[in-house]
Design a protein around this ligand. Structure first.
Ligand code: NDP
Length: 272
């Protein structure tokens, strides 16, 4: 669980993180505490999730040195623009009650002000309030626009990624690889929607693993960062048990071909 992916700014991000979207209050706190207790070292939250306070509290209460836990949060859609994004980050830091954010992401490529938002993130990094900066739900056109306006390449691009939409994301993945942007997959276990897929189950059975573990292991073997969400202690542990076994090249290729252009969260394809 200490495996990391190097970032283009010299930092490194733990391959596995705990997602906390739709985890609220005590539930979010308990999930993060349990995850950190069993070895997770990375938590993915956002201002929009409404649980930064609980995430920060759980990180502090864990007793782990701050440097050992990687915390991501994101600037929400109504906080775009230079000044607003700066303020949004300061508010997130206050809610987290941490002295820095490890990774600060633009949550969604809202048209209009997103280049100003990016300038704010660059300045927040220069001030040391955030260690790494990146984007989320950016497709190739969004990355092109950003590259035309800024010399600072995002460290990470976080978007929905599973075998079920892999083919549709090959172009943006290739672009990220070319630019040295780490790919981070969200909704990695399809919010449960494909865990009963017979083709996935057959592979899981062959390894005596669960379908969720096969999906998460698929990310790990591709070199993607992966952030499954669970508030269930057993599933938090299950999702992390993906580092001492591996899928064969043949099964990896089979999973790559599961494509059905599935989107269980929002789909940025064609977003202006
Ligand atoms: P996931 O694919 O992680 O699925 C989470 C759901 O699956 C929950 O209902 C969870 O239930 C269930 N689940 C988790 N593990 C298992 C398992 N082993 N077996 C069966 N069911 C399981 O979806 P998310 O959309 O939550 O994505 C993960 C994270 O990615 C988010 O929490 C968030 O941090 C991030 N994200 C980012 C977005 C962005 O725009 N940047 C958009 C969407 C997500 P239970 O809790 O009961 O275990």
């Amino acid at each position: 669980m200490t495996v990391t992916v190097p970032l283009n700014d010299g930092n490194a991000i733990p391959t596995l993180g705990l997602g906390v979207y739709q985890a609220h209050g005590r539930e979010a706190y308990d999930a993060v505490r349990h995850a950190l207790d069993v070895g997770y070292r990375h938590v993915d939250t956002a201002a929009m999730y409404g649980n930064e306070e609980q995430v920060g509290e759980a990180v502090r209460d864990s007793g782990l040195p701050r440097e050992e836990v990687f915390v991501t949060t994101k600037v929400w859609n109504d906080d775009h623009g230079y000044e607003r994004a700066i303020r949004a980050c300061e508010v997130s830091l206050r809610r987290l009650a941490l002295d820095h954010i490890d990774l600060y992401l633009v949550h969604w490529p809202v048209p209009g002000l997103r280049l100003d938002t990016w300038r704010a993130l660059v300045d927040l990094r220069a001030r040391g309030l955030v260690r790494s900066i990146g984007v989320s739900n950016y497709m190739v056109d969004h990355l092109d626009e950003l590259a035309g306006a800024s010399d600072v390449v995002p460290a990470v691009n976080q978007f929905e990624l599973t075998p079920y939409n892999f083919q549709a994301r090959r172009d943006v993945i290739a672009r990220c690889v070319d630019d040295g942007i780490a790919v981070e997959g969200y909704s990695p276990v399809t919010r449960g929607r494909r865990l009963g897929d017979p083709s996935l189950r057959a592979i899981a059975d062959a390894y005596d693993r669960t379908p969720a573990q096969v999906l998460i292991r698929w990310h790990v073997q591709h070199g993607f960062v992966v952030i499954p969400k669970s508030t269930n202690p057993g599933r938090i542990e299950e999702n992390a048990d993906v580092f001492d076994w591996e899928l064969s090249e043949e099964d990896l290729a089979r999973l790559d071909g599961f494509d059905e252009d599935l989107a269980v969260s929002w789909d940025p394809t064609g977003a202006p």
